[in-house]
Each structure stands twice: as structure tokens, then as C-alpha cells.
Write a protein that binds this ligand. Structure first.
Ligand code: G3H
Ligand code: ZN
Length: 284
């Protein structure tokens, strides 16, 4: 199938099911994510961060994903993740990405609105959907106080204003998750998430979806999350697949065997995650 936009795959009111969005870096990741989704019969969003695109090249990632998508019958979206460099974002649109994320979350509110609005105008003119972030999702390096932590979370009324003034298609609110592995038990603000979901009319995204329990993932979906981003868990699966293979086969030098082990481990992880993103009590 030809690629579709992330907007087409998402609904503001998830019915016990979220769409998985996975960060990829190379051909093996792309094949693992798309072929696992095909096996599950679920749509999937393939994402590439700025650093992944600097590593692999925008054209390579775009062609890899387009080629894999042509071989399956499930809908697939290709999205730039956490875009900040507008030249790179434009290059993604030119190469056929169907969705972009503009991350102005580190900027003051008015500046975040302005840059997001600019990206929406550009992207919509090309039929590309836009995700933006309001509030700050933590990073693995963050070590901040509780007060500072709460100050970074998204204000529901400001979220309404942000969506209205920017015209975005998908919103990433900060509700207490962080990128990378968690240092302790993550404290997610579910009442805040529910309030945001009840006030805005665009689908919501959970960033920092790795290393969360199935209970937490399901509660985020029940509270209004439609898209769940997973990056770190996939990186560990890939690298652990390589380590395990080389431990068992220390003399192996055939790269195809090593990379195939990485791809298989990544595929298994994606299958597991896609299963978790459907809540059984909803009949999914
Ligand atoms: O934008 C990407 C995600 O938020 C990935 O976060 O690496 O913690 O899974 P994660
Ligand atoms: Zn993220």
C-alpha cells in the first residue's frame, strides 16, 4: 500500500486500542516493524528521529519504508520524530514522509505556537499531517524536582488554545513520561491526561512509551491516548539480539547472520508491543 498520514490512522477517541509508533534506524528495523505489523494485521507508524536521519539519510529511510509498505496490505505512516531543524523537516516532506512532528516544546509558549503554525501551513500544503508537543516530556538525563516536574506537564486549557491556534492534527502532551529507561516508578498524571482528552478534539500521543508496564499502557489508552511511541525498547531488542547471537556464535563473521539476529529480535519485540496496545476487555 502507499503510505498514509498518521492523522488517517488515529482517532481522538481510542476504543481500547492505540496505534504503535516505532523509531527506526536502518533496513533491519524498518523490516522488523512493518513485517511484524503485517503479521498482526494492524496499522503502524514508522518514525525516524533527526539523529536517525543524520545517520541513515532521509532518502534511504524514505525509500526503505516506501518499499516495505508496498509489500504489505496494512496502512503505514512515515513520520519525522521530534523535528526541530526546519530544513531537515522540509527534506522529509520532499522525500515523501507523510507526517512530521515539530517539537517546539523547549520554546516559550508563543514561540512554540509560531513555529508549529508555520510547520502546519507548510505540511498541510503538501498533504502531510503534523504532530506537536506542548509541555516537556522528560529525558533520561533529567533529574529534576517534583515542583519542576509538574511545571513541565501540559496545562489542559493551554492545550486547547495550542491546538486551536496551530491547527495541528495530533498533540503530544507531557503527562509524566520520559524518554529512555525509567530510574524509578514513573508517575503519570492520569487525571490531567483525561482532562486534556476531554477538552481537545485531536488524537493524543504518549511519548516515552518504553519500559512501561502493561497496566500503565492500558490506563493511558483508557484515558485517551491514541498513539504510543516506542524507541528505547526497540534499541535494546536490536542490540541484545546481536549480543546473544555473537555469544552463541563467537566465530561468526557473516554480517547477514548478525543483522538477521538483530532483525528477528526487533520483530519479536514489535509483535509483543503491538499485542499490548490492544486491551482485551474491549474485545480487541
Ligand atoms: O519520540 C519517541 C518516543 O517518545 C520514544 O521514547 O525511547 O522512551 O520509548 P522511548
Ligand atoms: Zn518522544
Amino acid at each position: 500500500m502507499a503510505l498514509v498520514t498518521a492523522k488517517e490512522l488515529l482517532t481522538p477517541k481510542p476504543q481500547g486500542r492505540a496505534v504503535g509508533a516505532f523509531n527506526v534506524h536502518n533496513m533491519e528495523d524498518v523490516q522488523a516493524v512493518i513485517f511484524a505489523a503485517e503479521e498482526m494485521g494492524t496499522p503502524v507508524i514508522v518514525m525516524a528521529s533527526e539523529s536517525a536521519l543524520k545517520y541513515a539519510g532521509v532518502a534511504f529511510i524514505a525509500r526503505l519504508v516506501q518499499t516495505a509498505a508496498e509489500q504489505v496490505s496494512i496502512p503505514i505512516a512515515l513520520q519525522l520524530d521530534h523535528g526541530q531543524d526546519l530544513d531537515l523537516l522540509k527534506a522529509c516532506i520532499d522525500h515523501g514522509f507523510t507526517s512530521v512532528m515539530i517539537d517546539g516544546s523547549r520554546l516559550p509558549f508563543e514561540e512554540n505556537v509560531a513555529v508549529t503554525r508555520e510547520v502546519v501551513e507548510l505540511a498541510h500544503a503538501h498533504g502531510v499531517s503534523v504532530e506537536a508537543e506542548l509541555g516537556r516530556v522528560g529525558g533520561k538525563e533529567d533529574d529534576i524536582s517534583v515542583a519542576a516536574h509538574e511545571a513541565f506537564l501540559t496545562d489542559p486549557d493551554q492545550a486547547v488554545e495550542f491546538v486551536e491556534r496551530t491547527g495541528i492534527d495530533v498533540l503530544a502532551p507531557a503527562i509524566g513520561t520520559a524518554h529512555g529507561l525509567y530510574k524509578g516508578i514513573p508517575k503519570l498524571d492520569f487525571p490531567r491526561l483525561k482532562e486534556i482528552a476531554s477538552k481537545v478534539d485531536v488524537p493524543l500521543v504518549l511519548h516515552g512509551g518504553s519500559d512501561l508496564s502493561v497496566e500503565v499502557l492500558h490506563e493511558t489508552i483508557r484515558s485517551g491516548i491514541s498513539k504510543i511511541n516506542i524507541g528505547t525498547d526497540l534499541k535494546y531488542a536490536t542490540t541484545n539480539g546481536i549480543k546473544a547471537y555473537l555469544e552463541e556464535n563467537p566465530a561468526e563473521f557473516e554480517p547477514r547472520k548478525v543483522f538477521a539476529a538483530a532483525r528477528e529480535s526487533a520483530r519479536t519485540l514489535v509483535l509483543e508491543k503491538l499485542r499490548l496496545l490492544s486491551i482485551p476487555e474491549h474485545g480487541n
